[in-house]
Design a protein around this ligand. Structure first.
Ligand SMILES: Nc1ncnc2c1ncn2[C@@H]1O[C@H](COP(=O)(O)OP(=O)(O)OP(=O)(O)O)[C@@H](O)[C@H]1O
Length: 233
């Protein structure tokens, strides 16, 4: 098991948003957390990254208790993070954005930029271009590429489909699947886009009102009605 959260509670000030969160992720898996707007998906991800405090419970990553470890050290320890909205630096070029990923992980041998360019050839074509001028899909690719340059063991994606047209969502899911197959990278992503959930998840946790309401296997995920019941009001 690469990640284990036990009874995690977190939120903003006195407002508890994430309640009693228990998830287990094995090495090499692609797992999603799904749920409607505002159920607390991003709040949980920020808690995993150490951007929000864990009020109660514990987070174990690679057999180490990281509950009180600072965000930067979690990233250095091998958790790659792509925030909601992708979080690229708009005034830096594509290549400069990718180089920022190297700052995360100085100890391990960094993935070569060429490897990222192999997965995302458009980024190579545009490497001198300012990131702010890229399309939504290209920004998503850049954000994933930047995280990969840091050589993570676990890649966390917060709503990777946001601001991306459907055909590009398909491409992104193909490439993330390919990276998972070729490198064994573990992926945890948060989504409400049905196509991406179905194409990418090997397993899924359904979330509502800050809690896990159920676990859905890959086969059941292909049932549109099952999925829809967790995603619509
Ligand atoms: N910075 C904040 N301060 C106070 N409350 C917040 C803050 N950010 C989010 N919330 C509240 O926490 C709850 C969960 O929000 P969160 O963004 O985690 O949901 P989500 O499932 O990721 O939704 P979305 O898909 O819209 O991003 C919401 O009620 C939201 O209003």
């Amino acid at each position: 098991m690469i990640l284990n959260t036990e009874g995690v509670f977190s939120g903003y000030g006195k407002v508890e948003v994430v309640k009693d969160f228990n998830i287990q992720i094995n090495e090499g898996e692609i797992v999603s957390i799904i749920g409607r707007n505002g159920v607390g998906k991003s709040t949980f991800i920020k808690t995993l990254m150490g951007l929000l405090k864990t009020n109660k419970g514990s987070i174990t990553f690679k057999n180490q208790n990281i509950t009180n470890v600072k965000a930067f050290d979690r990233a250095r320890g091998g958790i790659g993070y792509v925030p909601q909205g992708h979080g690229v630096f708009p005034t830096l070029t594509v290549e400069e954005n990718l180089l920022m990923g190297k700052l995360i992980n100085l100890q391990k041998e960094n993935l070569k930029l060429e490897l990222v360019y192999n997965y995302f050839p458009k980024l190579k074509e545009r490497r001198k271009q300012k990131a702010g001028t890229l399309s939504g899909g290209e920004q998503a690719a850049l954000a994933i590429g930047r995280a990969l340059v840091g050589n993570p063991d676990l890649l966390i994606l917060d709503e990777p489909s946001e601001g991306i047209q459907p055909s590009i969502v398909n491409q992104i899911s193909k490439i993330v699947n390919q990276i998972n197959h070729e490198t064994g990278l573990t992926v945890l992503f948060v989504e409400q886009n049905m196509a991406l959930i179905q194409q990418l998840s090997q397993r899924c946790y359904a979330m509502d009102k800050g809690m896990i309401k159920g676990e859905i296997n890959q086969e059941a995920l292909q049932d549109y009605d099952v999925l829809k019941s967790y995603l619509t009001v």
